[in-house]
Design a binder for this molecule. Structure first.
Ligand SMILES: Nc1ncnc2c1ncn2[C@@H]1O[C@H](COP(=O)(O)OP(=O)(O)O)[C@@H](O)[C@H]1O
Ligand SMILES: [Mg+2]
Length: 428
């Protein structure tokens, strides 16, 4: 402030002090000129003081504004604030807190905070409080609290130690979130129960359909043995093919519904991988030859072949993948490669790779085809038949056997499907 005083004021002060020191103004009669001068300087000084007063008033007003803004922020914050003493008494509360508890601020003050916590949740409160006091809790806790009117609500409580052993507590009403959580949990349980019920229904239905289908095919086979004219033989062959397709479809649906209902159990037995693969290749090479395709197979020398596992399901995955490769390839070759991914004393992870030079799959469809009843495009069923269940079942079987599945493909060039399984090794 001193630096902003005009020169004249300093001069006046110095001169007045000087005058008091040397006997004061009273002891000396001033000339009229000196009095005029002094009055002038006093007036200047008074103006200066008024300016300073005005500045102080501004500063005070600013402080008041900041203070009010602080209280507005505190009082109307979207969360409730409570200041608790070390013993858990409510020392301060904002308006939001009073509104949350449907009471006045006065009614909250000097009461233990536990008065507002549901008895069942006081245990959690004390546990949380202990953690905060020990300084090892940075998260909040969820509690049910009680309002003045007796109703309760879910609160997220967060406490922070402030000065003088007091705690600043924030409370957020999370009742709606809790309700949504509960609804979602219930909906999930219901949906899961519905899926299981649906799978049971499918399993029963498929079973019911399969039994008469087997009888129908049996009768067709008997009729085939009879001496029939050519035309009727052709009709019978058609009926038999349709019947067998239907049985295949029903078997797939049955299999999938069993997987979905978590009812599939692996059938573990000892088998030799080389023999198993030789059988499969023999079976499939007929189809490949009919289409003029070359079908090759190689097993890396380090792959253990004396294994223990579900050979039937392994065979099913390979037949699905190689069958697809043959189905979706018009010229060129289909190759089955078997490699070892990992091995330890008891188990081996084996990778099966099926490569073809067929129609390929668009990049955006490559993930979808592993979903039930999905084919790469709507014309597939017309051109190639099928139901879109083979890959789904293969994927689930590989997962059941501790493995994964995947595909890399370029449209028009070919596809590479792979899967892994973990098998037990037969003891040496
Ligand atoms: N090797 C392949 N080459 C091209 N497309 C394939 C191949 N394998 C599978 N697909 C695509 O994935 C879809 C799903 O296969 P899948 O589940 O075995 O059902 P489906 O053979 O009954 O159609 C097929 O319809 C086809 O569109
Ligand atoms: Mg298929």
């Amino acid at each position: 402030m001193t630096s902003r005083q005009p020169e004249s004021t300093l001069t006046l002060r110095q001169r007045a002090e000087e005058k008091f020191k040397t006997g004061g103004v009273t002891s000396k009669v001033l000339s009229a000129e000196e009095i005029d001068q002094l009055v002038h300087e006093l007036q200047v000084h008074q103006i200066e003081l008024e300016i300073q007063n005005e500045e102080l008033r501004h500063i005070q007003h600013d402080l008041e504004t900041v203070k009010n803004r602080y209280f507005d922020l505190y009082d109307l914050a979207p969360v409730a604030y409570l200041t608790l003493s070390g013993l858990g008494l409510i020392m301060e509360a904002n308006i939001t807190a009073a509104t949350l508890f449907r009471t006045t601020r006065k009614e909250l003050l000097n009461k233990p905070v536990t008065n507002f916590i549901l008895p069942e949740d006081q245990g959690s409160y004390y546990l949380y409080r202990k953690q905060v006091i020990e300084g090892n809790e940075s998260h909040g806790c969820e509690l049910r609290m009680v309002r003045a009117d007796g109703s309760s609500f879910w609160a997220y409580k967060h406490a922070m130690s402030v000065q003088d052993g007091e705690y600043l507590v924030t409370l957020t009403d999370i009742t709606r979130i809790k309700q949504t959580e509960e609804e979602l949990r219930r909906a999930k349980i219901e949906a899961e129960a519905a899926t299981v019920a649906k799978s049971h229904f499918l399993a029963n239905m498929s079973h019911e359909i399969r039994t008469p289908m087997n009888a129908i095919i049996g009768v067709i086979q008997l009729l085939e043995m009879a001496d029939l004219p050519q035309e009727q033989r052709e009709d019978l062959a058609m009926a038999k093919k349709a019947g067998l397709d239907l049985v295949r479809l029903i078997n797939d649906i049955l299999e999938l519904s069993k997987i979905e209902a978590h009812k599939v159990e692996l059938e573990i037995s000892r088998f030799n991988l080389k023999n198993e693969i030789a059988d499969i290749i023999k079976l499939l090479s007929l189809q490949a030859r009919e289409k003029g395709l070359e079908l090759t197979c190689s097993i890396a020398p380090d792959v253990p072949t004396a294994l223990k596992g579900d050979a039937g399901r392994l065979r099913q995955i390979i037949i699905n993948l190689v069958g697809n490769a043959i189905k979706f390839t018009h010229a060129g070759s289909v190759e089955l490669q078997i490699r070892k991914d990992a091995e330890n004393a008891d188990t081996a992870t084996i990778r099966f790779i099926v490569r073809d030079s067929g129609i390929g799959i668009a990049a955006d469809k490559q993930r979808l085809i592993f979903e039930p009843f999905t084919q790469a495009d709507s014309s597939t069923i017309r051109k190639y038949g099928g139901t879109g269940l083979g890959l789904t079942i293969s994927k689930r079987f590989a997962e059941l056997m501790g493995g994964h599945t995947g595909v890399e493909s370029t449209e028009g060039k070919g596809s590479t499907f792979w899967f892994t399984v973990m098998m037990e090794k037969q003891p040496g």
